[in-house]
Ligand binder design. Structure first.
Ligand SMILES: NC(=O)c1ccc[n+]([C@@H]2O[C@H](COP(=O)([O-])OP(=O)(O)OC[C@H]3O[C@@H](n4cnc5c(N)ncnc54)[C@H](O)[C@@H]3O)[C@@H](O)[C@H]2O)c1
Ligand SMILES: [Zn+2]
Length: 402
């Protein structure tokens, strides 16, 4: 088929879609523009060393999707892989906070995981690949925890296709994966979907305690991207009384911009009693009804109980990887205070759908979500991007494809 007839077909499909709101029959499912034979991908080949490699773009299966990557966030997990390879993935194409445009798809691909039509040109993100439970749907309310069988593009072992992570020009989304049409969100918003889904899930877990309410006093400990997004989500829920705790003044200032009413720099207070008093002062003489623990520090985990009132609640989400043991006093910290604690681990498909709504609401009430992405690098400077991330100079670092 020549380029012209492909263009005409594309236009007809688009018009049909606008008229009916559904996908037009897809005879050819390739983008009008040329698709190269090869794609660049940043492969982590050794500790602290990405190499830009080129891999052939494979033939697509009938259920596969080829996505031209527009951008991808650098996550704390990528930083751990870069430094230490705790998941033993090297050599690997990383990048799991990515988004891009569909340029080609197999003939069976018609709708996304939420039932929305999928077409060439649509902007998408992927969620989990449920290897252990392929029948899971986003409407399965009983699926509280994704368990160990789930995989994510950007954290899967290298194979003969190689284009398995978003730190690349193209990614091959295999049939059976979860994919969402998010064409109505900006590139920056789409890059933030994955970390935001972590907090949507954490807040959903927190709500199961019955303690988190409109007028709750809430402590958010840790003001990295995770804690800051937590504050934003609480604000979109109408929770206004939020105290942020961190040791970095710049991050605490941003926490206020995101909607925290008070801040406490733990470095200004000697000992846990003084620190807890400082938190209490910020709430006008009260301890918190609920707390979110958003650091990977065991000391911070031990401290947070002291900020919570009798009968209050805690959501611990800071330990995506093993950070070591924490010492608490079960009598004072949990038992006699009757603290209700929930743990939170990644997200479900359903949390993704909630995240898309959250991002629109955050924009609607003027939260500065766009400021979370502080640094942008091209793919060719991916090593520099990771070094900046390790230095904790910014917040969210993103790779944006030229
Ligand atoms: N539950 C999940 O599924 C999930 C998903 C992603 C990330 N995480 C975890 O969330 C944590 C936060 O992620 P991030 O990207 O925001 O990390 P980050 O390192 O950018 O932020 C952590 C913040 O905690 C602050 N901090 C450190 N010690 C503290 C203390 N004692 N008291 C108060 N603040 C302290 C730091 O100054 C920093 O600002 C990480 O440990 C990560 O592993 C969990
Ligand atoms: Zn991540």
């Amino acid at each position: 088929m020549d380029i012209n007839s492909q263009n005409v077909e594309q236009i007809v499909r688009q018009v049909l879609q606008e008229m009916s709101g559904i996908s037009a029959p897809a005879a050819s499912k390739a983008a009008a523009g040329p698709i190269p034979a090869k794609s660049r991908a940043a492969m982590l080949t050794a500790l602290e060393k990405y190499e830009i490699k080129e891999f052939p773009i494979p033939e697509l299966g009938d259920d596969d999707i080829l996505v031209k990557v527009e951008g991808c966030g650098v996550c704390g997990t990528d930083a751990h892989e870069f430094k230490r390879d705790p998941f033993s993935l090297i050599p690997v194409v990383l990048g799991h906070e990515g988004t891009g445009e569909i340029v080609k798809m197999g003939k069976n691909v018609k709708i996304d995981s939420a039932g929305k039509p999928l077409n060439i040109g649509d902007k998408v993100v992927t969620c989990m690949i449920f290897a252990d439970d392929p029948n899971i749907t986003m409407f399965d309310l009983n699926k509280q925890n994704v368990g160990k069988g789930a995989q994510v593009y950007g954290l899967i072992p290298d194979d003969e296709i190689h284009l398995n992570g978003w730190f690349a020009d193209y990614i091959v989304i295999r049939g059976g994966s979860t994919v969402f049409n998010v064409s109505d969100l900006s590139l920056d918003e789409r890059i933030l979907i994955e970390p935001c889904a972590v907090l949507i899930h954490a807040v959903e877990r927190a709500k199961t305690t019955g303690i988190l309410r409109f007028n709750s006093r809430v402590v958010v400990q840790g003001c990295g991207p995770i804690g800051l997004i937590c504050i934003a989500i609480l604000r979109t829920m109408g929770i206004e009384n939020i105290v942020a705790v961190d040791g970095e003044e710049k991050r605490l200032t941003f926490a206020k911009e995101m909607g925290a009413t008070g801040t406490v720099n733990f470095k200004d207070h000697k000992g846990i009693e003084a620190l807890a008093d400082a938190v209490k002062d910020e709430f006008g003489g009260y301890l918190a009804d609920f707390a979110f623990q958003c650091t990977g520090s065991p000391v911070a985990h031990a401290n947070i109980y002291k900020f919570i009132r009798q009968g209050g609640g805690l959501c611990e989400l800071g330990f995506f990887i093993n950070g070591g043991d924490a010492t608490i006093n079960p009598h004072f910290d949990i038992c006699s205070k009757e603290i209700t604690t929930v743990g939170s681990w990644v997200y479900t498909l359903r949390d993704y759908a909630t995240t898309f709504d959250f991002l629109k609401r955050a924009k609607g009430i003027g939260l500065p979500m766009h400021k979370l992405i502080t640094h942008k690098y091209p793919l060719s400077e991916i090593n520099e991007a990771h070094i900046t991330n390790l230095k904790m100079e910014g917040l969210k670092i993103a790779i944006i494809n030229e």
